[in-house]
Design a protein around this ligand. Sequence first.
Ligand code: SAM
Length: 476
Amino acid sequence: MNHKETALPGAFMERMQRLLGGEYEAFLASYGQERQYGLRRNLLKSTEEEFINRMPFPLEKISWAREGYYYDAAVQPGRHALHEAGAYYIQEPSAMAAVAALAPKPGERILDLCAAPGGKSTQIAGRMQGRGLLVSNEVIGERARILSQNVERMGVTGCVVCSEKPERIAALFPAFFDRVLVDAPCSGEGMFRKEEAAREEWSPEAVQMCAERQAAILEEAAKTVRPGGVLVYSTCTFSPEENEGTVSAFLRTHEEYNIEETELEGTLSQGRAAWIGQPAAGIGHTMRIWPHLQRGEGHYIARLRKRGSTAGDLREQKAEQKGDSGKGMWQVTGDKKLCKLAEGFLRDDLEIDGAWMERHPGQVVRFGDQIYLVPEEMISLAGMKVLRPGLQIATEKKNRLEPAHALARSLLPADSGRFYGLTEQEALAYLRGESIVCGEQKGWMVVSYGGYALGFGKASGGQIKNHYPKGLRKTL
Ligand code: SAM
Protein backbone atom coordinates (compact mmCIF):
# COMPACT_ATOMS: atom_id res chain seq x y z
CA MET A 1 0.00 0.00 0.00
CA ASN A 2 1.37 3.39 -0.89
CA HIS A 3 1.05 6.65 1.02
CA LYS A 4 -2.05 7.86 -0.85
CA GLU A 5 -4.01 4.68 -0.05
CA THR A 6 -3.15 4.78 3.67
CA ALA A 7 -4.23 8.42 3.82
CA LEU A 8 -7.79 7.66 2.69
CA PRO A 9 -10.34 7.95 5.54
CA GLY A 10 -11.36 4.52 6.87
CA ALA A 11 -15.11 5.20 6.90
CA PHE A 12 -14.89 6.40 3.29
CA MET A 13 -13.10 3.20 2.23
CA GLU A 14 -15.64 1.00 4.02
CA ARG A 15 -18.53 2.78 2.36
CA MET A 16 -16.97 2.59 -1.12
CA GLN A 17 -16.23 -1.13 -0.65
CA ARG A 18 -19.84 -1.79 0.33
CA LEU A 19 -21.18 0.21 -2.64
CA LEU A 20 -18.76 -0.89 -5.33
CA GLY A 21 -18.44 -4.58 -4.41
CA GLY A 22 -16.32 -6.29 -7.10
CA GLU A 23 -15.35 -2.94 -8.60
CA TYR A 24 -13.74 -1.76 -5.36
CA GLU A 25 -10.25 -3.18 -6.00
CA ALA A 26 -9.94 -1.32 -9.31
CA PHE A 27 -11.25 1.87 -7.65
CA LEU A 28 -8.73 1.60 -4.81
CA ALA A 29 -5.89 0.84 -7.21
CA SER A 30 -6.54 4.16 -9.00
CA TYR A 31 -5.28 5.98 -5.87
CA GLY A 32 -1.85 4.50 -6.51
CA GLN A 33 -1.78 5.85 -10.06
CA GLU A 34 -0.73 9.28 -11.29
CA ARG A 35 -3.66 11.66 -11.74
CA GLN A 36 -4.55 13.22 -15.10
CA TYR A 37 -3.71 16.85 -15.88
CA GLY A 38 -5.94 19.01 -18.04
CA LEU A 39 -6.14 22.42 -19.65
CA ARG A 40 -8.91 24.05 -21.61
CA ARG A 41 -8.59 26.15 -24.76
CA ASN A 42 -10.10 29.62 -24.43
CA LEU A 43 -12.77 29.52 -27.14
CA LEU A 44 -12.86 33.35 -27.13
CA LYS A 45 -9.27 33.55 -28.25
CA SER A 46 -8.44 31.03 -30.97
CA THR A 47 -9.73 28.34 -33.28
CA GLU A 48 -8.68 24.79 -32.57
CA GLU A 49 -6.19 24.89 -35.45
CA GLU A 50 -4.60 28.17 -34.31
CA PHE A 51 -4.37 26.86 -30.75
CA ILE A 52 -2.69 23.60 -31.67
CA ASN A 53 -0.20 25.45 -33.90
CA ARG A 54 0.61 27.96 -31.15
CA MET A 55 1.01 25.56 -28.22
CA PRO A 56 4.65 24.66 -27.57
CA PHE A 57 3.95 21.27 -25.92
CA PRO A 58 1.98 18.14 -26.91
CA LEU A 59 -1.72 17.84 -26.04
CA GLU A 60 -4.24 15.02 -26.19
CA LYS A 61 -7.98 15.60 -26.54
CA ILE A 62 -10.41 14.94 -23.68
CA SER A 63 -13.41 12.98 -24.97
CA TRP A 64 -16.15 14.80 -23.00
CA ALA A 65 -15.23 18.46 -23.64
CA ARG A 66 -14.36 19.69 -27.13
CA GLU A 67 -12.09 22.46 -25.75
CA GLY A 68 -10.29 20.19 -23.24
CA TYR A 69 -6.85 18.54 -23.47
CA TYR A 70 -4.61 16.34 -21.33
CA TYR A 71 -1.03 17.49 -20.88
CA ASP A 72 2.05 15.98 -19.30
CA ALA A 73 2.65 17.38 -15.80
CA ALA A 74 6.33 17.97 -16.62
CA VAL A 75 5.50 20.82 -19.06
CA GLN A 76 4.16 23.14 -16.29
CA PRO A 77 1.73 25.14 -18.49
CA GLY A 78 0.95 27.47 -15.57
CA ARG A 79 4.42 28.96 -15.89
CA HIS A 80 4.06 30.08 -19.50
CA ALA A 81 3.38 33.49 -21.08
CA LEU A 82 0.49 31.93 -23.05
CA HIS A 83 -1.19 31.09 -19.74
CA GLU A 84 -0.88 34.69 -18.57
CA ALA A 85 -2.26 35.74 -21.96
CA GLY A 86 -5.45 33.72 -21.36
CA ALA A 87 -4.87 31.26 -24.19
CA TYR A 88 -5.94 28.44 -21.87
CA TYR A 89 -7.18 27.67 -18.36
CA ILE A 90 -5.71 24.85 -16.28
CA GLN A 91 -8.58 22.68 -15.12
CA GLU A 92 -9.04 19.16 -13.86
CA PRO A 93 -10.35 17.13 -16.87
CA SER A 94 -13.55 15.91 -15.13
CA ALA A 95 -14.46 19.46 -14.13
CA MET A 96 -14.98 20.27 -17.83
CA ALA A 97 -17.90 17.85 -18.17
CA ALA A 98 -20.51 19.88 -16.26
CA VAL A 99 -20.39 22.76 -18.75
CA ALA A 100 -20.51 20.28 -21.64
CA ALA A 101 -23.76 19.00 -20.04
CA LEU A 102 -25.02 22.57 -19.52
CA ALA A 103 -24.45 23.21 -23.27
CA PRO A 104 -24.48 27.05 -23.14
CA LYS A 105 -25.27 28.88 -26.38
CA PRO A 106 -24.41 32.39 -27.65
CA GLY A 107 -27.08 34.97 -26.81
CA GLU A 108 -28.43 33.18 -23.72
CA ARG A 109 -28.81 34.34 -20.13
CA ILE A 110 -26.76 32.05 -17.92
CA LEU A 111 -26.17 31.89 -14.16
CA ASP A 112 -23.19 30.17 -12.53
CA LEU A 113 -24.31 30.25 -8.90
CA CYS A 114 -21.24 28.79 -7.13
CA ALA A 115 -18.60 30.09 -9.47
CA ALA A 116 -15.19 30.63 -7.79
CA PRO A 117 -12.43 30.28 -8.81
CA GLY A 118 -14.02 30.43 -12.25
CA GLY A 119 -13.08 27.27 -14.17
CA LYS A 120 -16.64 26.61 -15.22
CA SER A 121 -17.64 30.27 -15.64
CA THR A 122 -14.79 30.93 -18.06
CA GLN A 123 -15.68 27.73 -19.92
CA ILE A 124 -19.32 28.87 -20.17
CA ALA A 125 -18.13 32.28 -21.44
CA GLY A 126 -16.08 30.56 -24.13
CA ARG A 127 -19.10 28.66 -25.38
CA MET A 128 -21.23 31.85 -25.30
CA GLN A 129 -18.74 33.56 -27.65
CA GLY A 130 -19.19 36.96 -26.00
CA ARG A 131 -22.94 37.11 -26.79
CA GLY A 132 -25.66 37.17 -24.12
CA LEU A 133 -25.36 37.54 -20.35
CA LEU A 134 -23.35 35.46 -17.88
CA VAL A 135 -23.88 36.13 -14.17
CA SER A 136 -21.01 34.55 -12.19
CA ASN A 137 -21.76 34.50 -8.49
CA GLU A 138 -19.63 33.42 -5.55
CA VAL A 139 -20.89 33.86 -2.02
CA ILE A 140 -17.44 34.11 -0.35
CA GLY A 141 -16.02 37.58 -1.02
CA GLU A 142 -12.36 36.59 -1.08
CA ARG A 143 -13.06 33.77 -3.55
CA ALA A 144 -15.21 36.11 -5.66
CA ARG A 145 -12.15 38.34 -6.13
CA ILE A 146 -10.18 35.41 -7.58
CA LEU A 147 -13.14 34.60 -9.82
CA SER A 148 -13.18 38.20 -11.05
CA GLN A 149 -9.44 38.08 -11.84
CA ASN A 150 -9.86 34.89 -13.85
CA VAL A 151 -12.78 36.38 -15.79
CA GLU A 152 -10.46 39.27 -16.69
CA ARG A 153 -7.46 37.06 -17.54
CA MET A 154 -9.58 35.03 -19.97
CA GLY A 155 -10.85 38.18 -21.75
CA VAL A 156 -14.52 37.55 -20.95
CA THR A 157 -16.87 40.38 -21.96
CA GLY A 158 -20.62 39.91 -21.22
CA CYS A 159 -20.15 38.80 -17.62
CA VAL A 160 -21.31 40.30 -14.33
CA VAL A 161 -19.35 39.00 -11.29
CA CYS A 162 -21.19 39.27 -7.99
CA SER A 163 -21.01 37.95 -4.43
CA GLU A 164 -24.46 37.18 -3.09
CA LYS A 165 -26.18 34.40 -1.15
CA PRO A 166 -28.28 32.09 -3.34
CA GLU A 167 -31.50 33.43 -1.69
CA ARG A 168 -30.65 36.93 -2.83
CA ILE A 169 -29.86 35.81 -6.39
CA ALA A 170 -33.21 33.96 -6.44
CA ALA A 171 -35.04 37.12 -5.32
CA LEU A 172 -33.27 39.31 -7.89
CA PHE A 173 -33.63 37.00 -10.90
CA PRO A 174 -36.95 35.09 -10.70
CA ALA A 175 -37.42 32.74 -13.72
CA PHE A 176 -34.81 34.77 -15.59
CA PHE A 177 -32.09 32.43 -16.84
CA ASP A 178 -32.05 30.05 -19.80
CA ARG A 179 -29.44 27.88 -18.06
CA VAL A 180 -28.24 27.68 -14.47
CA LEU A 181 -25.23 25.80 -13.15
CA VAL A 182 -24.99 24.71 -9.51
CA ASP A 183 -21.45 23.37 -9.07
CA ALA A 184 -22.16 22.74 -5.43
CA PRO A 185 -19.82 22.87 -2.43
CA CYS A 186 -19.38 19.20 -1.53
CA SER A 187 -17.32 16.78 0.58
CA GLY A 188 -14.74 16.62 -2.24
CA GLU A 189 -14.16 12.84 -2.22
CA GLY A 190 -13.31 13.04 -5.92
CA MET A 191 -10.37 15.29 -5.03
CA PHE A 192 -8.73 12.84 -2.56
CA ARG A 193 -6.07 11.87 -5.13
CA LYS A 194 -5.32 15.51 -5.89
CA GLU A 195 -5.68 17.32 -2.56
CA GLU A 196 -4.42 16.26 0.85
CA ALA A 197 -6.76 18.82 2.49
CA ALA A 198 -9.86 17.13 1.04
CA ARG A 199 -8.85 13.85 2.74
CA GLU A 200 -8.15 15.57 6.04
CA GLU A 201 -11.41 17.56 6.17
CA TRP A 202 -13.66 14.62 5.28
CA SER A 203 -16.03 12.99 7.80
CA PRO A 204 -19.43 11.26 7.57
CA GLU A 205 -20.89 14.32 9.34
CA ALA A 206 -19.40 16.62 6.68
CA VAL A 207 -21.11 14.54 3.99
CA GLN A 208 -24.45 15.00 5.74
CA MET A 209 -23.90 18.71 6.23
CA CYS A 210 -22.98 19.11 2.55
CA ALA A 211 -26.14 17.25 1.44
CA GLU A 212 -28.31 19.62 3.51
CA ARG A 213 -26.52 22.68 2.12
CA GLN A 214 -26.85 21.38 -1.45
CA ALA A 215 -30.60 20.93 -1.00
CA ALA A 216 -30.89 24.55 0.18
CA ILE A 217 -28.80 25.89 -2.74
CA LEU A 218 -30.74 23.86 -5.34
CA GLU A 219 -34.01 25.15 -3.91
CA GLU A 220 -32.93 28.75 -4.59
CA ALA A 221 -31.27 27.99 -7.93
CA ALA A 222 -34.51 26.40 -9.19
CA LYS A 223 -36.34 29.70 -8.77
CA THR A 224 -34.02 31.47 -11.22
CA VAL A 225 -34.64 29.10 -14.18
CA ARG A 226 -37.14 30.26 -16.80
CA PRO A 227 -39.87 27.84 -17.93
CA GLY A 228 -38.28 25.48 -20.44
CA GLY A 229 -34.79 26.27 -19.08
CA VAL A 230 -31.99 23.96 -17.95
CA LEU A 231 -30.56 23.40 -14.46
CA VAL A 232 -27.29 21.47 -14.14
CA TYR A 233 -26.17 20.18 -10.76
CA SER A 234 -22.63 18.91 -10.25
CA THR A 235 -20.28 17.84 -7.47
CA CYS A 236 -16.77 16.42 -7.20
CA THR A 237 -17.71 13.73 -4.72
CA PHE A 238 -18.79 10.07 -4.75
CA SER A 239 -21.26 9.92 -1.85
CA PRO A 240 -24.76 8.97 -3.05
CA GLU A 241 -26.29 11.31 -0.42
CA GLU A 242 -24.78 14.33 -2.20
CA ASN A 243 -25.47 13.12 -5.72
CA GLU A 244 -28.34 10.82 -6.71
CA GLY A 245 -29.80 11.47 -3.24
CA THR A 246 -29.78 15.29 -3.52
CA VAL A 247 -31.23 15.21 -7.05
CA SER A 248 -33.95 12.66 -6.17
CA ALA A 249 -35.02 14.59 -3.06
CA PHE A 250 -35.18 17.81 -5.11
CA LEU A 251 -37.35 16.16 -7.77
CA ARG A 252 -39.77 14.80 -5.16
CA THR A 253 -40.79 18.38 -4.33
CA HIS A 254 -40.32 19.87 -7.81
CA GLU A 255 -42.64 18.20 -10.27
CA GLU A 256 -41.92 20.98 -12.75
CA TYR A 257 -38.43 19.53 -13.31
CA ASN A 258 -37.32 16.27 -14.86
CA ILE A 259 -33.97 14.62 -15.57
CA GLU A 260 -32.76 14.99 -19.12
CA GLU A 261 -30.35 12.86 -21.13
CA THR A 262 -27.21 14.54 -22.48
CA GLU A 263 -24.85 13.84 -25.38
CA LEU A 264 -22.29 12.69 -22.81
CA GLU A 265 -24.19 9.49 -22.19
CA GLY A 266 -22.02 6.56 -23.23
CA THR A 267 -18.82 8.61 -22.71
CA LEU A 268 -19.36 8.88 -18.93
CA SER A 269 -20.73 6.34 -16.42
CA GLN A 270 -24.35 6.28 -15.24
CA GLY A 271 -25.81 7.53 -11.96
CA ARG A 272 -26.54 4.64 -9.57
CA ALA A 273 -30.24 4.24 -8.75
CA ALA A 274 -29.61 1.23 -6.48
CA TRP A 275 -27.45 3.24 -4.06
CA ILE A 276 -30.30 5.34 -2.63
CA GLY A 277 -33.87 4.86 -1.41
CA GLN A 278 -36.57 6.36 -3.66
CA PRO A 279 -34.44 7.17 -6.71
CA ALA A 280 -36.05 9.68 -9.09
CA ALA A 281 -37.22 8.50 -12.50
CA GLY A 282 -34.33 8.74 -14.93
CA ILE A 283 -31.59 8.89 -12.29
CA GLY A 284 -29.63 6.50 -14.54
CA HIS A 285 -29.35 9.39 -17.01
CA THR A 286 -27.36 11.43 -14.50
CA MET A 287 -23.62 10.90 -14.90
CA ARG A 288 -20.60 9.87 -12.91
CA ILE A 289 -16.90 10.06 -13.65
CA TRP A 290 -14.75 7.43 -11.93
CA PRO A 291 -10.95 7.50 -11.68
CA HIS A 292 -10.81 3.75 -12.46
CA LEU A 293 -13.14 4.00 -15.50
CA GLN A 294 -12.42 7.40 -17.06
CA ARG A 295 -9.28 9.53 -17.30
CA GLY A 296 -10.26 12.06 -14.63
CA GLU A 297 -11.08 12.52 -10.95
CA GLY A 298 -14.48 11.74 -9.40
CA HIS A 299 -17.42 13.86 -10.52
CA TYR A 300 -21.22 13.75 -10.68
CA ILE A 301 -23.50 15.66 -13.09
CA ALA A 302 -27.27 15.86 -13.49
CA ARG A 303 -29.06 17.88 -16.15
CA LEU A 304 -32.63 18.86 -15.28
CA ARG A 305 -35.17 20.61 -17.51
CA LYS A 306 -37.95 22.85 -16.21
CA ARG A 307 -41.24 22.31 -17.95
CA GLY A 308 -42.75 25.22 -19.85
CA SER A 309 -42.53 27.48 -22.87
CA THR A 310 -39.52 27.95 -25.07
CA ALA A 311 -39.31 31.76 -24.94
CA GLY A 312 -35.57 31.62 -24.38
CA ASP A 313 -35.06 29.28 -27.32
CA LEU A 314 -36.64 31.93 -29.56
CA ARG A 315 -34.23 34.54 -28.19
CA GLU A 316 -31.41 32.13 -28.94
CA GLN A 317 -32.56 31.67 -32.55
CA LYS A 318 -32.87 35.41 -32.98
CA ALA A 319 -29.32 35.92 -31.69
CA GLU A 320 -27.97 33.26 -34.03
CA GLN A 321 -29.79 34.76 -37.04
CA LYS A 322 -28.53 38.25 -36.27
CA GLY A 323 -25.05 37.12 -35.32
CA ASP A 324 -25.33 39.08 -32.09
CA SER A 325 -27.56 39.33 -29.04
CA GLY A 326 -30.15 41.49 -30.74
CA LYS A 327 -29.84 45.23 -30.77
CA GLY A 328 -26.59 45.98 -32.52
CA MET A 329 -24.83 49.16 -31.36
CA TRP A 330 -24.16 50.43 -27.87
CA GLN A 331 -27.31 51.58 -26.16
CA VAL A 332 -27.29 55.17 -25.02
CA THR A 333 -29.80 54.73 -22.24
CA GLY A 334 -27.81 56.50 -19.57
CA ASP A 335 -25.23 59.22 -20.00
CA LYS A 336 -25.12 60.10 -23.73
CA LYS A 337 -22.05 62.27 -23.30
CA LEU A 338 -20.13 59.47 -21.58
CA CYS A 339 -21.11 57.01 -24.29
CA LYS A 340 -19.88 59.37 -27.02
CA LEU A 341 -16.63 59.98 -25.13
CA ALA A 342 -15.98 56.25 -24.72
CA GLU A 343 -16.90 55.45 -28.32
CA GLY A 344 -14.61 58.20 -29.60
CA PHE A 345 -11.73 56.97 -27.40
CA LEU A 346 -12.10 53.39 -28.58
CA ARG A 347 -12.36 54.43 -32.23
CA ASP A 348 -9.67 57.13 -32.37
CA ASP A 349 -7.10 56.30 -29.67
CA LEU A 350 -7.37 52.51 -29.69
CA GLU A 351 -8.46 52.03 -33.34
CA ILE A 352 -11.09 49.54 -32.24
CA ASP A 353 -13.23 48.39 -35.12
CA GLY A 354 -16.93 49.38 -35.20
CA ALA A 355 -17.73 45.68 -35.62
CA TRP A 356 -16.34 45.05 -32.11
CA MET A 357 -18.83 47.55 -30.66
CA GLU A 358 -21.66 45.93 -32.63
CA ARG A 359 -20.71 42.56 -31.19
CA HIS A 360 -20.73 43.99 -27.65
CA PRO A 361 -24.07 45.70 -27.08
CA GLY A 362 -24.61 47.14 -23.63
CA GLN A 363 -24.82 50.27 -21.55
CA VAL A 364 -21.82 52.49 -20.96
CA VAL A 365 -21.96 53.24 -17.25
CA ARG A 366 -19.76 55.16 -14.84
CA PHE A 367 -18.90 53.72 -11.39
CA GLY A 368 -16.79 56.36 -9.64
CA ASP A 369 -13.96 57.05 -12.07
CA GLN A 370 -14.33 53.64 -13.77
CA ILE A 371 -16.24 53.21 -17.03
CA TYR A 372 -17.88 49.86 -17.73
CA LEU A 373 -19.89 48.28 -20.49
CA VAL A 374 -22.78 46.55 -18.73
CA PRO A 375 -24.25 43.65 -20.80
CA GLU A 376 -27.57 44.67 -22.38
CA GLU A 377 -29.57 41.80 -20.85
CA MET A 378 -28.52 42.74 -17.30
CA ILE A 379 -31.18 43.93 -14.88
CA SER A 380 -30.52 46.83 -12.53
CA LEU A 381 -27.37 46.42 -10.43
CA ALA A 382 -28.84 48.44 -7.57
CA GLY A 383 -28.44 46.80 -4.18
CA MET A 384 -26.20 44.00 -5.46
CA LYS A 385 -22.69 43.18 -4.23
CA VAL A 386 -21.00 43.48 -7.60
CA LEU A 387 -17.28 43.02 -8.19
CA ARG A 388 -17.42 43.42 -11.97
CA PRO A 389 -20.55 44.94 -13.53
CA GLY A 390 -19.45 43.98 -17.05
CA LEU A 391 -16.42 44.80 -19.16
CA GLN A 392 -14.23 47.54 -17.73
CA ILE A 393 -13.39 49.90 -20.58
CA ALA A 394 -11.49 52.83 -19.13
CA THR A 395 -10.58 54.96 -16.15
CA GLU A 396 -11.51 58.61 -16.25
CA LYS A 397 -8.57 60.90 -15.52
CA LYS A 398 -8.57 64.69 -15.70
CA ASN A 399 -9.80 65.52 -19.23
CA ARG A 400 -8.81 62.14 -20.66
CA LEU A 401 -9.43 58.40 -20.56
CA GLU A 402 -6.95 55.65 -19.81
CA PRO A 403 -7.84 52.20 -21.20
CA ALA A 404 -8.65 49.44 -18.71
CA HIS A 405 -6.60 46.23 -18.66
CA ALA A 406 -9.78 44.14 -19.06
CA LEU A 407 -10.49 45.86 -22.38
CA ALA A 408 -7.09 44.85 -23.79
CA ARG A 409 -7.71 41.25 -22.70
CA SER A 410 -11.00 41.13 -24.57
CA LEU A 411 -9.47 42.14 -27.93
CA LEU A 412 -8.35 39.96 -30.82
CA PRO A 413 -5.76 41.20 -33.35
CA ALA A 414 -8.52 41.83 -35.92
CA ASP A 415 -10.39 44.12 -33.49
CA SER A 416 -7.83 46.92 -33.25
CA GLY A 417 -5.19 48.57 -35.41
CA ARG A 418 -3.01 49.10 -32.33
CA PHE A 419 -1.81 45.49 -31.81
CA TYR A 420 1.94 45.16 -31.30
CA GLY A 421 3.38 41.61 -31.28
CA LEU A 422 6.23 40.71 -28.92
CA THR A 423 8.82 37.94 -29.02
CA GLU A 424 8.74 35.43 -26.14
CA GLN A 425 11.62 37.22 -24.37
CA GLU A 426 9.88 40.59 -24.77
CA ALA A 427 6.59 39.10 -23.52
CA LEU A 428 8.31 37.79 -20.38
CA ALA A 429 9.89 41.24 -19.85
CA TYR A 430 6.49 42.92 -20.32
CA LEU A 431 4.90 40.57 -17.75
CA ARG A 432 7.66 41.55 -15.30
CA GLY A 433 6.66 45.20 -15.78
CA GLU A 434 9.52 46.32 -18.05
CA SER A 435 9.35 48.79 -20.97
CA ILE A 436 9.68 47.46 -24.52
CA VAL A 437 11.85 48.92 -27.27
CA CYS A 438 9.77 49.75 -30.36
CA GLY A 439 9.94 51.73 -33.62
CA GLU A 440 8.14 54.96 -34.44
CA GLN A 441 4.81 54.00 -32.88
CA LYS A 442 3.01 56.59 -30.79
CA GLY A 443 0.15 56.34 -28.32
CA TRP A 444 -1.71 53.36 -26.85
CA MET A 445 -0.63 49.90 -28.05
CA VAL A 446 -2.24 46.50 -27.38
CA VAL A 447 0.84 44.50 -26.56
CA SER A 448 0.45 40.84 -27.61
CA TYR A 449 2.24 37.54 -27.68
CA GLY A 450 1.49 34.67 -30.07
CA GLY A 451 -1.74 36.38 -31.23
CA TYR A 452 -3.04 36.91 -27.65
CA ALA A 453 -3.40 40.37 -26.10
CA LEU A 454 -1.34 40.75 -22.91
CA GLY A 455 -2.25 44.32 -21.95
CA PHE A 456 -1.74 47.96 -22.82
CA GLY A 457 1.41 49.95 -23.26
CA LYS A 458 1.99 53.54 -24.34
CA ALA A 459 4.52 54.18 -27.09
CA SER A 460 6.67 57.27 -27.50
CA GLY A 461 10.34 57.98 -28.27
CA GLY A 462 11.10 54.39 -29.36
CA GLN A 463 9.76 52.76 -26.16
CA ILE A 464 6.49 51.21 -25.06
CA LYS A 465 5.87 52.21 -21.46
CA ASN A 466 4.48 49.29 -19.47
CA HIS A 467 0.83 49.49 -18.35
CA TYR A 468 0.50 45.86 -17.19
CA PRO A 469 -1.27 46.18 -13.79
CA LYS A 470 1.27 46.22 -10.95
CA GLY A 471 -0.58 43.54 -8.98
CA LEU A 472 -0.33 41.08 -11.88
CA ARG A 473 3.35 41.51 -12.70
CA LYS A 474 5.46 38.38 -12.31
CA THR A 475 8.65 36.63 -13.28
CA LEU A 476 7.97 33.37 -15.13
N1 SAM B 1 -17.56 26.21 -10.15
C1 SAM B 1 -16.25 26.51 -9.58
C2 SAM B 1 -15.21 26.36 -10.64
O1 SAM B 1 -15.42 25.62 -11.62
O2 SAM B 1 -14.15 27.00 -10.54
C3 SAM B 1 -16.01 25.67 -8.36
C4 SAM B 1 -17.06 25.83 -7.31
S1 SAM B 1 -16.77 25.01 -5.80
C5 SAM B 1 -17.06 23.36 -6.18
C6 SAM B 1 -18.17 25.46 -4.86
C7 SAM B 1 -18.27 26.92 -4.47
O3 SAM B 1 -19.46 27.11 -3.71
C8 SAM B 1 -17.13 27.41 -3.62
O4 SAM B 1 -16.47 28.48 -4.25
C9 SAM B 1 -17.78 27.85 -2.32
O5 SAM B 1 -17.21 29.02 -1.76
C10 SAM B 1 -19.21 28.10 -2.73
N2 SAM B 1 -20.16 27.97 -1.58
C11 SAM B 1 -19.91 27.58 -0.32
N3 SAM B 1 -21.02 27.63 0.43
C12 SAM B 1 -21.99 28.06 -0.36
C13 SAM B 1 -23.37 28.34 -0.13
N4 SAM B 1 -23.95 28.13 1.04
N5 SAM B 1 -24.08 28.80 -1.17
C14 SAM B 1 -23.50 29.00 -2.38
N6 SAM B 1 -22.22 28.74 -2.63
C15 SAM B 1 -21.47 28.29 -1.64
